[in-house]
Design a protein around this ligand. Structure first.
Ligand code: BG6
Length: 513
């Protein structure tokens, strides 16, 4: 089963989850907390087996202790008191050098014994939280010891990003993996799709009658997608990031997935394959925003040392494990078009960056102005108002922080004149539903366990995304290419602004509420 239009959040009680690369920071920071919350909230039963697999020497006990320390930083003390003992009994550790085929035989033995102790049926999930270079060898080695049956109920594999470095390598990896795994066994994770507000884009569009008729070139002027981070390169990630850059790290996956959700046609059924088919069509019709040289539609930037609110901040090249001559971009912005009937002529601007002015992820949809300006528009501060340019309606999906949807519109300013003022209607998720939103990894891990691939990317989607990005990668890898510097703590380089200003547009400077 690949899909479920309204999946019941069943309790999973018979799964073995193996986390390859368990010494990496994803395991302690995201995966174990997500599994713990699933357990605490009753989605994961206490009979499952969670096995950390990595090269370092550890015992079950030391692994549990380590995970407890990590969790303790996130989870309130009384919650830990109530649930940790039972949860931790599921945690095990197996020492494996993932490149060494001989180690897999003992992995198979250990897993088999632990499963027998618990009476588990051997329904397994392998989570590859490793570097890309280990994806294929891990699967080949598992296969060599008979741990890759072709039945998706018995073996599912979750693959972290980056899935390849470009179109060719992604295709090659897909082809190699397809020799050993069926497509319904592969779950390519893009954690943005697990975010509650990202899922809501589809529900908002296709669950309401009032907005969808406006989602097209007749009404929409342009779309801006921003994935901005205020942090720089966290300790330990420099080695990866310097080889990756903003385009590969975020734009090729998270930002393009957001674009797909906002631009895709309604699927005929709310099921994995139908949704993925529609996303694929968007990616296949994606075109550069301008013809000609890549520089016409893509801008690279790199943050330089600066001071943010009085505090000195390093430049990218001075960060840990970054080449001092690095030409890697920490900011990427593009102008794209979707060459189909619905969106012809509508610019889609995408930008992402580290060390930007604030941390915010949002999709802003700017509508066209009314055809006639019958009224004066004003901008007011208190009772002081000044004439201003007419403001277009704006629909904003704020994905983080403070998940919200806001709509701005013009309304009559009270008084004896006909004057318009732009106002905002805000819907705030957490406030309105008074619940803690589940973390992306909780939702996605549960979906893998219940075999629902709706929120995972298919190989053809990934290849289409790489295919679109490839010309930029090629251009930016040229010896003479240098990203434009921007001071840390700002909205990126000037070139990023020019991308829009030549079309009479400008980036929003969102201030999260
Ligand atoms: C990851 C990138 O995929 O997404 C990171 O590798 C980035 O560099 C992160 O910081 C952003 O995710 P989020 O959920 O914090 O917006």
């Amino acid at each position: 089963m690949n899909s479920n239009s309204n999946p019941t959040p069943t309790r999973i009680d018979d799964v073995t989850i193996m986390i390859f690369g368990a010494s990496g920071d994803l395991t302690g920071r995201k995966l174990i907390p997500a599994l713990f919350n699933l357990f605490k909230n009753g989605y994961l039963g206490g009979n499952c087996l969670i096995v950390g697999v990595a090269r370092r020497e550890k015992t079950n006990e030391s692994f549990r202790k380590e995970m407890k320390t990590e969790l303790g930083e996130e989870i309130p003390h009384e919650v830990m008191e109530n649930h940790w003992n039972e949860f931790s009994s599921m945690l095990h550790y197996s020492r494996v050098d993932l490149t060494n085929q001989a180690d897999y035989a003992s992995l198979r033995e250990e897993i088999g014994e632990w499963e027998t102790e618990r009476g588990l049926p051997g329904h397994r999930v392998v989570y590859l939280a490793t570097s890309t270079s280990l994806f294929l060898p891990s699967i080949q080695n598992l296969s060599s010891v008979g741990m890759i049956p072709s039945d998706a109920e018995k073996m599912r594999v979750v693959i972290e990003k980056p899935f390849g470095r470009d179109f060719e390598s992604a295709r090659e990896l897909s082809q190699d993996l397809s020799q050993l795994l069926n497509e319904d066994q592969i779950y390519r994770i893009d954690h943005y799709l697990g975010k509650e507000t990202v899922q809501n884009i589809l529900l908002f569009r296709f669950g309401n009658a009032i907005f969808e008729p406006l989602f097209n070139r007749n009404h929409i002027d342009h779309v801006q997608i921003t994935v901005a981070e205020s942090q720089g390169i966290e300790g330990g990630r420099g080695g990866y990031y310097d080889k990756s850059g903003a385009l590969r790290d975020v734009l090729q996956n998270h930002a393009l997935q957001l674009l797909c959700l906002v631009a895709m046609e309604p699927p005929s059924l709310f099921e994995a394959e139908h949704i993925r088919d529609e996303k694929l069509k968007v990616l296949q019709t994606l075109k550069p925003g301008r013809s000609g040289h890549v520089d016409e539609w893509a801008v690279a930037g790199q943050y330089a040392a600066s001071s943010i609110r009085g505090e000195k901040v390093k430049g990218f090249v001075d960060e840990e494990r970054i080449d001092p001559d690095s030409r890697t971009e920490t900011f990427a912005a593009i102008e794209a078009r979707i060459d189909n009937w619905r969106w012809a002529g509508v610019p889609f601007y995408l930008r992402t960056g580290k060390r930007m002015a604030t941390r915010v992820t949002e999709i802003a949809i700017q509508f066209k102005l009314p055809p006639l300006h019958l009224f004066t528009t004003v901008e007011c501060e208190g009772s002081m108002c000044e004439p201003a340019n007419a403001q277009p309606n704006m629909l904003v999906f704020r994905i983080q922080p403070h998940e919200a949807i806001s709509i701005s519109f013009s309304t009559k300013r009270p008084g004896m004149q006909y004057r318009l003022q732009s106002m905002e209607m805000d819907f705030d998720f957490e406030g309105s539903f008074a619940v803690d939103l589940p973390a992306a990894y909780e939702r996605l891990l549960l979906d893998v366990m219940r075999s629902d691939s709706t929120l995972f990317t298919r190989s053809d989607e990934l290849e289409a995304a790489w295919n679109f990005i490839d010309p930029i990668l090629k251009q930016w890898s040229q010896e003479d290419h240098r990203p434009e510097l921007y001071p840390a703590g700002t909205w990126g380089p000037k070139g990023g602004n020019q991308l829009l200003s030549r079309n009479g547009h400008y980036w929003r400077a969102p201030v999260p509420k």
